[in-house]
Design a protein around this ligand. Structure first.
Ligand code: TYM
Length: 372
């Protein structure tokens, strides 16, 4: 049977079936026992864990066991700077910030200006460098600890990574890369090599410390294919396999699929004006009926509603309130206009605060950046 959805690091098409994705990619579900372990160690559960938004993993039990044994993990995540940051990108970083705080962990943040230059025909190296620095402001604005965070652009931190990337490249055949990423003969050779650059930070801290340092990578599940290659190579290179914790996609405001940078109306950027973001929300796809009368009679459908999903994924952190909203919507007491207003206010407030912190981040940027 042909797949009705596709998820790769460069493409997400169709309605993603997250359960099937676990089988397809061969990852593990985060079960109740693992959640409980997390709760004990962190002291609480982030809403993205409680609501199963971070829902899948690789080797997470191992990373927690090492932590308990006094061998703490380093966090590693990143961004491909092809444009401004949208709320979807922010989601795994918000969670990563929480992990840094709860586990007192160091973070390596890779900005793949090389990848996006290679992938996007219209972007120059100057463009991707400029966006990398813009994206770094969003990372810093989330409140990462400057003493425990290193942000780097691949083109500016190549000396430290290149030897590690070469080791992965030597162990990865073209046929594996084709099978994992769907490369064609027309694919440029830079992209074929690139996956080894994304692997490099997984081994950086082990190399620096001269011992096996566990690494935990929080990301959306689209990035997993890169790390399948990393994990295959790791034992041959004498490094531990990196562990992963995967989230689902923050949805599109237009309904269905993940939000996409190629459709600006589907997406709220951190650089959008608060009033512009409000306008996008007022035009969003909801689970409402054709008329208010029908909605009162039959109730709405939160499971397809982007406004409800926005609240569920990020903006309503109180579990009781989100349950109540669900009940009121399906029971026909709550109409879409009201819900949109509620979300718009929350998003406006978030953007005003985030943008202030983003501007302040310009002054401290150099405390975070590393180059070689
Ligand atoms: P990029 O720039 O496509 O995405 C950055 C991060 O955001 C996640 N993401 C999403 N999460 C939730 N909802 C969405 N709609 C959504 N869209 C994207 C991605 O999974 C990613 O975690 N090659 C990478 C950059 C990178 C990286 C890494 C990412 C380098 N090293 C290590 C994760 C971990 C990229 O282009 O990400």
């Amino acid at each position: 049977m042909p797949e009705d959805f596709v998820v790769t690091p460069w493409e997400v098409v169709g309605e993603v079936d997250y359960d099937r994705l676990i089988e397809k990619f061969g990852t593990s579900r985060i079960d109740d026992a693992l959640l409980e372990r997390f709760r004990k160690l962190a002291g609480e559960l982030h809403l993205m864990l409680r609501r199963r938004i971070f829902y899948s993993h690789r080797s997470l039990n191992w990373v927690l066991t090492e932590y308990e044994r006094g061998n703490p993990f380093v966090l590693y995540t990143g961004r491909g700077p092809s444009g401004h940051t949208h709320l979807g990108h922010l989601m795994p970083w918000i969670f990563t910030r929480w992990l840094q705080e709860k586990f007192n962990a160091k973070l390596l943040f890779q900005l793949t200006d090389d990848e996006k230059f290679l992938f996007k025909p219209e972007l120059t190296l100057e463009d991707t460098r400029r966006f990398a620095y813009e994206n770094a402001l969003d990372v810093i604005a989330l409140g990462f600890d400057a003493k425990k965070t290193e942000i780097f652009l691949n083109t500016e931190y190549i000396k430290s990574q290149y030897r590690l990337a070469l080791k992965v490249a030597k162990r990865t055949t073209f046929s594996t890369a084709k099978a994992v990423f769907g490369f064609k003969n027309e694919t440029n050779i830079g992209l074929i090599f690139f996956t080894s650059m994304q692997s490099a930070p997984c081994f950086l801290e082990s190399e620096r410390q001269g011992k096996a340092v566990p690494v935990l990578i929080p990301c959306a599940i689209d990035q997993d294919p890169h790390f399948r290659i990393t994990r295959d190579a790791a034992p041959h290179l004498g490094y531990p396999k990196p562990a992963l914790i995967h989230c689902k996609f923050f949805p599109s405001l237009l309904g269905g699929g993940k939000m996409s940078a190629s459709k600006p109306e589907s997406t709220i950027y951190t650089t959008d004006s608060p009033s512009g973001a409000r306008r996008k929300i007022m035009d969003a796809f909801t689970g409402g009926r054709e008329t208010a009368r029908l909605q009162r009679k039959l109730g709405g459908n939160p499971s397809v509603c982007s406004v409800y999903q926005y609240l569920y994924y990020i903006f309503e952190d109180e579990d009781e309130k989100i349950k109540q909203r669900h009940r009121a919507c399906t029971g026909g007491e709550l109409l879409c206009g009201e819900c949109k207003q509620y979300l718009a206010e929350k998003v406006e407030r978030f953007l005003i605060e985030h943008q202030k912190r983003r501007e302040k981040a310009r002054d401290v940027l150099e405390d975070y950046m590393v180059r070689d």
